[in-house]
Design a protein around this ligand. Structure first.
Ligand SMILES: O=C(O)CCC(=O)C(=O)O
Ligand SMILES: [Fe+2]
Length: 279
């Protein structure tokens, strides 16, 4: 199996994209409306931020989870013992951000949110009736005006070679939220677990947009849409000396949105953050 990029402009884009999500948990879009120059500018600006000492002035707020997460507190994926080799910044429009970097992220946040709403309406339109009838409200509406949607700027530093054995850039995990939108990173490494257990490289051609299903959509769709396990593997040889920057936008419903009989988005998130050890 191979992940094939779907042309956003094609007349069958909606169906092709949703079929890919259903089959693999991932959909890759090309010719989409997000400007690559905006993404590249963010990568450059934030590489400098992570290279500077300024980042320590923006250490994350424990209660609200906005700000800089140094490598020492980085996540340990569910079921893992080794911390990921990464540092990251959690941006929310209401949260802390270096003033000079804010406008760029706000604009990306807004544009990617708009695209996410459209993609959620595609997903809804291609959901079988028995699945769609269980959505407590239109999927695109679940994320409207949500203050929980999280833009994460990730920096995977160059590797020195003395990392703990078994520690990787991002250990195998599933995302918690509804869907995730991720521009192709500036370096490869992202892999998705196929149904047969093998790992597939996600096509990382610069300009592609990668979308994946999170656990909340899996929950809301009664498992019709699978949240797929993915990871970021370490580079080898020459690529070890390179940083990798990536920019996932995790689309979260408002906390009161009902996902299923068992869960609201709020109760689901609290349960998962406790498992991650970050609250
Ligand atoms: O860096 C990437 O390409 C993926 C990051 C990721 O999966 C995550 O932060 O949840
Ligand atoms: Fe992820």
């Amino acid at each position: 199996m191979q992940l094939v990029a779907v042309d956003y402009q094609s007349p069958t884009a909606k169906e092709d994209f949703v079929e890919s999500l259903r089959e693999t948990g991932f959909g890759v879009l090309k010719n989409h409306p997000i400007q690559q120059s905006m993404v590249t500018d963010i990568y450059n600006t934030w590489q400098s931020f992570f290279d500077s000492e300024e980042k320590h002035q923006y250490v994350y707020n424990k209660g609200t989870q906005d700000g800089f997460f140094p490598q020492s507190v980085s996540e340990t994926a569910k079921g893992n013992t080794k911390k990921d080799i990464k540092e990251y910044y959690h941006f929310y429009p209401w949260g802390q951000c270096p003033p000079a970097l804010r406008p760029q992220l706000e604009q990306y946040y807004k544009e990617a949110n708009n695209l996410a709403q459209e993609l959620l309406s595609w997903i809804e339109a291609c959901s079988p009736e028995n699945v769609a009838s269980e959505y407590s409200q239109p999927l695109s509406q679940m994320i409207e005006d949500s203050d929980q949607t999280l833009l994460r700027v990730l920096h995977y530093p160059p590797l020195s070679g003395d990392e703990e054995p078994e520690a990787i850039r991002a250990a195998a995990h599933e995302d918690i939220n509804l869907i995730t939108i991720l521009p192709a990173a500036n370096e490869p490494g992202l892999q998705v677990k196929a149904r047969d257990g093998s790992w597939l490289d996600v096509p990382c051609d610069f300009g592609n947009l990668i979308v994946n299903i999170g656990d909340m959509l899996q929950e809301a769709s009664g498992h019709h849409f699978p949240s797929t396990t993915h990871r970021v593997v370490n580079p080898d040889n020459a690529d070890m000396t390179k940083s990798r920057i990536s920019l996932p936008l995790f689309l979260h419903p408002r906390p009161d949105v009902k996902l299923s009989e068992r869960h609201t988005a709020g109760s689901y998130l609290q349960e998962r953050l406790r498992e991650l050890g970050v609250i």
